[in-house]
Design a protein around this ligand. Sequence first.
Ligand SMILES: Cc1cc2nc3c(=O)[nH]c(=O)nc-3n(C[C@H](O)[C@H](O)[C@H](O)COP(=O)(O)OP(=O)(O)OC[C@H]3O[C@@H](n4cnc5c(N)ncnc54)[C@H](O)[C@@H]3O)c2cc1C
Length: 293
Amino acid sequence: MHVPEVEMHACVTLEDASALLTRYAPRARVLAGGTDLLVDLKTGRANTQHLVSISRIGSLRGVWATAEGLRIGALTSITRLHHSNLVRERCAPLRDATGQMAAPQIRNMATVGGNLACAVPCADLPPILTVLGAEVVAWSPRGERRLPLPQFFLGPRRTTMESDEILTAVIVPPMPAGFGAAYARFALREGNAIAVAAAAAGLRLDGEGRIADARLTLGAVAPVPQTVELAREVLVGHRPDEPLFEKAAAAAELAARPISDVRGSAEFRRRLVGVLTRRALDTALRRAREATS
Ligand SMILES: Cc1cc2nc3c(=O)[nH]c(=O)nc-3n(C[C@H](O)[C@H](O)[C@H](O)COP(=O)(O)OP(=O)(O)OC[C@H]3O[C@@H](n4cnc5c(N)ncnc54)[C@H](O)[C@@H]3O)c2cc1C
């Protein structure tokens, strides 16, 4: 399989990149790490004649502490994110996802922006970033838009970004006091295999150890990251224990809308959702308790 003939444009400014996307729409696509797009070009899933590479726009690469929280540049690689001291100190649950994704070679090339913009249901960052309350920043010559993740994804490989928009960053707000989060996924192999099902959970405990807030978002079992509102209703106001987490896991299984494919049947995925939800809740609870002690 070969990449079909395409014209490559290497840009050093967002303005140039956006102008090229407009000029060649609808046959142009942003190229970041290429780990998703080049596979799609080889297999014929993407039909693109112009690749607008943004790799030379250095301002899109890095992790910064800001008043609003962590700002993660869209071109930051998964490897760099995983080893960032700022992420380790302020946003450690993200590392559950970055540590399990793909293989080191892919993680070195794959970018945060690409993981979100590709809008693939099994992508690992969207569920945990959703639970952490992250927003994406989309830039166009008309200005900058900020979108909470639930408003960003429309369906498999579809987002609310316009064709001339470029995802420039992700903002992750500071974790509230008493909050812990975790991401659990199942894949058929340990390395280089995409998630068959995944669950991200976040719990905030009050001073008496009751659940004051709860968030649960599933991956790979619905067209978009699936937030389970019922789990929140089940959990909030109660003291965490095994029967309570069982109820939340049952709510997650109900909310999942899995498909059957080569990686597993819909039924298998639904069962996985229950197991992964319990695992994510257990870890989130341990971390929330550590954050309060
Ligand atoms: C062997 C293999 C294993 C993999 N395993 C995993 C895995 O375990 N978990 C996982 O989540 N993913 C996995 N992937 C998928 C892929 O590596 C990730 O989704 C990656 O983060 C995509 O980033 P990228 O920079 O390579 O994106 P690209 O391939 O460059 O782009 C992907 C899409 O996003 C668009 N895009 C990219 N950046 C921007 C931007 N800044 N603004 C607007 N649009 C943009 C592109 O136009 C394209 O449509 C795997 C891929 C391979 C080949």
